[in-house]
Write a protein that binds this ligand. Structure first.
Ligand code: HEC
Ligand code: HEC
Length: 191
């Protein structure tokens, strides 16, 4: 009896969070800290997920989970191992159905735009809603995040299993050229 009473008192007197039960909250709330509840993140370290293609979001979650994508500094891997498998399509749908982020202003986009077309990126990354569902939108994405991904591709830290070596070969360009590409893409609106 004394033990039960002590337990009750702890709950009553404890902080409000004593009532927090993660199973009562939708799984996408665990993503909000880094990616924003509506998929617009606060820093370029975390990609915007709002309005991204659902199949792509799902594929990346699975890639982190299965150890095929490891360029996240360990943060995503930790989170996705805690995500119930049945919640994966649900969180992907939540973020995909949010509004796309606003594009980011940039002083100079012409050189990045020219390069995007010269390197042939545009053949896959079409910026249209009827493009390949597994090819992500790059437009209105955080420029720092985009630049990091391109450097990771170039330097071998990220290499999609479906396209081994392809981005690495295409992105054999300088950091400055990568920054120009990122600034151009981030400044373009999503369809
Ligand atoms: C502690 C911070 C953190 C949390 C919480 C987090 N993520 Fe991430 N996420 C990251 C980081 C960091 C990256 C980018 C890593 C990189 O540089 O490649 C990332 C990348 C992603 C990507 C890849 C996006 C792209 O464009 O390729 C997806 C999808 C994603 N996260 C989904 C989620 C989902 C869904 C959740 C919640 C279940 C979640 N994340 C929770 C930190 C986090
Ligand atoms: C043959 C089709 C194809 C071409 C050409 C291509 N990409 Fe990609 N790109 C993809 C696919 C598919 C992915 C998703 C990779 C994955 O599953 O991890 C991707 C991913 C990316 C990402 C990561 C986006 C994110 O949200 O994490 C960036 C950045 C990118 N590509 C930039 C480029 C640039 C710049 C070029 C031109 C130099 C290019 N791509 C050429 C198919 C292509």
């Amino acid at each position: 009896m004394a033990v039960r009473l002590a337990g009750v008192l702890t709950i009553v007197a404890g902080p409000v969070f004593a009532d927090y039960d993660p199973s009562q909250y939708p799984a996408y709330e665990t993503c909000a800290l880094c990616h924003g509840l509506f998929g617009v993140s606060h820093t370029g370290k975390f990609p915007n997920l709002g309005g991204q293609k659902q199949a792509y979001i799902e594929a990346q979650i699975r890639a982190f989970r299965d150890g095929h994508r490891t360029n996240d500094g360990g943060q995503m891997v930790t989170i996705v191992t805690e995500l119930h498998p049945e919640d994966i399509p649900f969180v992907a749908e939540w973020f995909a159905s949010q509004d796309a982020p606003e594009p980011y202003a940039s002083d100079e986009t012409a050189s990045g735009e020219a390069q995007f077309s010269e390197l042939g990126c545009v053949t896959c990354h079409t910026n249209s809603s009827d493009g390949d569902p597994l090819v992500p939108y790059l437009t209105a994405q955080k420029p720092d995040y985009l630049a990091k991904q391109m450097i990771d591709f170039r330097d071998g830290a990220r290499d999609p299993r479906t396209l081994p070596g392809m981005h690495k070969d295409l992105l054999a360009i300088s950091d400055n050229e990568i920054t120009a590409l990122a600034n151009y893409l981030a400044a373009e609106a999503r369809p």
